[in-house]
Design a protein around this ligand. Sequence first.
Ligand code: GUN
Length: 299
Amino acid sequence: MDGTGGAAIIDGKAFAEGLRARIGAEVARIKAAHGLVPGLTVVLVGEDPASQVYVRNKGKATEGAGMKSDTIRLPAGTSEADLLALIARLNADAAVHGILVQLPLPGHIDEAHVIEAIDPAKDVDGFHLINVGKLHTGMKDALVPCTPQGCLMLLRDALGPLDGRSALVLGRSNIVGKPMASLLLAANCTVTIAHSRTRDLAGECARADILVAAVGRPGMVKGSWIKPGAAVIDVGINRVPAEGGKTRLVGDVAFEEARAVAGHITPVPGGVGPMTIACLLRNTLIAACRSAGLPAPAI
Ligand code: GUN
């Protein structure tokens, strides 16, 4: 609580800045000690405007951490065979420690084929089946998807150990919902996954000490659904119309209502969003250290 009767705000922006600074310091250290410069290559196919912004931000953050950043932009008409050939080249390039193919891909390319072509050791998105399986079976060397990893770090920072808490993950995507549930289970939470067919969503939410909302529906989670004192992590980034013909970003949670009930809550923007890129840098650093036989830094 923040003294005004509302939830404590989880400042993901500040946490992500701290994490990026620690990553930058570690990159400088391994560069000086071992001559190792972590390298991330991002591949963008087509001209989707949102993807262009994400890719630009990833490139800037990578350079900001002192890593080598490369962005390969390909035309929307690129064939699947040409994209797979590029990935094979990147897999074989020892200076490339992380490969990220920005999604969504144009409809004529099979995303699963592309993800499975990436060397699992360079799969900094954590989407390859090897990394999915490692996460699911509790193996410590999984590369973990960035957004759920960021949510877990914020929860641990706010709450300490999560053992025994009931957690509800709202959403079952491969990118957020399912890996989030695996991470919370590995952290000894009692985990429920809810989705569009769940019968009593409000009742499921009311039982949750931890609620992670990742459905992409603006303001869907109402304050009245939330267990008093719960930690609410809002992964939604929804653009909605605002005054003056403008737009603004809102989460999946009705923030003001939820804030009055919850113990902790992430804002949108400035909550989970900044953690995704910070965790991408973290995965790239981990992948680079492993490739050189160095222990992965504990950050
Ligand atoms: N598109 C939207 N989010 C992501 C992400 O986390 N990784 C990739 N590769 N593409 C995305």
